[in-house]
Design a protein around this ligand. Structure first.
Ligand SMILES: Nc1ncnc2c1ncn2[C@@H]1O[C@H](COP(=O)(O)O)[C@@H](OP(=O)(O)O)[C@H]1O
Ligand SMILES: [Mg+2]
Ligand SMILES: [Mg+2]
Ligand SMILES: [Mg+2]
Length: 363
């Protein structure tokens, strides 16, 4: 089905952008990242709405293949434009490490896609807040910061698990605040994740939020009530369920089978795209997230892990790489000091790590 202006205006008619943010002004004196938390939730929810609508109306020519052969859609660009616009409005000085840039939207070649992105982005902004084409492209490119160990910056993955998004599976809108190289705030919107995994046919659209030292929480997209989440209370690794990428190119499924054997795990792995995996273990649907390198060359990106990292930590878990080192978010746009990711409940982590190393480092 084609993307028509009328359809999107109806779908995205929302309160004026400015008025939806003005109430946060009163939080400016608050500490403990209260304002950051609120703005990030609002930005992620708005961007998630765009993704949901795009999925319903996506047509083939709204997807591009990037140089690294990964897909990107109009929704990825619009979600990044929307979130970066929110961030600029409320935290003008904060730089942003965002996955996307406007290169593929420039010039004649990018015209058709660009017009859709402009249309979609303006669809969620209030009447007095509409942005010009240039403002939208500039907003996307505000995500070009190099990252590092000093000061504040945001890490944004406008759609994590774009392949999951395209196949109607799991995907996540992920936004995190990193301060002096440490993730302090993480928000993850999972439009297709059931609010209660025991009722997969029930309400979908789960939002996760964590601030370092303040616990981990979940709410639905439609109800602001937050409930604390934590890891399941399994007593041994034999009882554990692990989750991994759907894409075998992103995490070695073969190595995971051997690791599961080492840990006495007999259940099938849960495969899902995106940081929804971090969310699933943090609320106890599964217990271990393995991301096992498939090549020596691939370097993980900070936006693929920042939000999930603080969420899992605050829910009672631990995240390391396959060497047992914490993920180092202070070295730029990538996790170049780390290899692979293992996330699990803190008290089984050493055991999981040992099994991973036994399988991956065998002579
Ligand atoms: N060879 C590889 N190894 C690990 N991760 C990879 C990879 N190639 C791409 N990715 C990353 O894997 C992410 C999806 O992870 P998952 O498999 O857990 O859904 C992609 O995010 P995007 O979808 O945001 O591009 C991309 O950044
Ligand atoms: Mg991508
Ligand atoms: Mg990603
Ligand atoms: Mg992405």
């Amino acid at each position: 089905m084609m993307l028509t202006p009328a359809r999107y205006i109806v779908l995205h008619k929302r309160k004026a952008f400015s008025s939806s943010l003005s109430k946060y002004k009163t939080y400016s004196a608050m500490s403990d990242y209260a304002k950051e938390r609120k703005v990030a939730i609002q930005a992620v929810l708005t961007a998630s709405t765009v993704c949901q609508s795009v999925f319903q109306h996506l047509v083939a020519n709204e997807t591009l293949t990037k140089n690294d052969k990964s897909p990107v859609t109009v929704a990825d660009f619009s979600a990044q434009a929307i979130i970066n616009t929110y961030l600029q409005k409320e935290f003008e000085k904060d730089p942003i490490v965002g996955e996307e840039d406007s290169k593929d939207l420039q010039g004649d070649a990018g015209k058709a896609l660009r017009e859709k992105v402009v249309f979609l982005t303006n669809g969620v902004l209030g009447d007095n807040e509409k942005l010009t084409e240039k403002q939208i492209l500039d907003a996307i490119d505000r995500g070009n910061y190099g990252g590092g160990s000093k000061g504040r910056h945001w890490a944004l993955d406008p759609i994590d698990g774009t392949k999951g998004f395209l196949r109607g599976g799991q995907y996540a809108v992920c936004l995190a605040l990193i301060v002096d190289g440490v993730v302090q705030v993480g928000v993850i919107g999972c439009p297709n994740l059931p609010v209660d995994h025991k009722h997969p046919e029930g309400n979908r659209g789960s939002l996760f939020v964590a601030v370092r030292g303040q616990g981990a929480f979940q709410r639905s997209f439609t109800d602001e009530t937050e409930k604390p989440i934590h890891f399941s209370d399994i007593q041994s690794t034999e009882e554990a369920t692990f989750c991994e990428s759907v894409e075998a190119a992103h995490s070695s499924h073969g190595d995971a089978v051997e690791i599961a054997k080492e840990l006495g795990i007999t259940g099938e792995p849960v495969r899902m795209d995106s940081q929804a995996k971090y969310c699933s273990i943090a609320r106890g649907d599964a217990d271990i997230y393995l991301r096992l390198p498939t090549s020596k060359a691939y370097v993980e990106k900070i936006w693929d892990h920042a939000s999930g990292n603080v969420l899992v930590t605050e829910a009672g878990g631990r995240v390391t790489d396959i060497d047992g080192k914490p993920l180092d978010f202070s070295v730029g746009r990538t996790l170049e000091k780390n290899k692979g990711v293992i996330a699990s409940k803190s008290d089984i982590h050493d055991k999981v790590l040992k099994a991973v190393q036994k399988v991956l480092f065998k002579p």
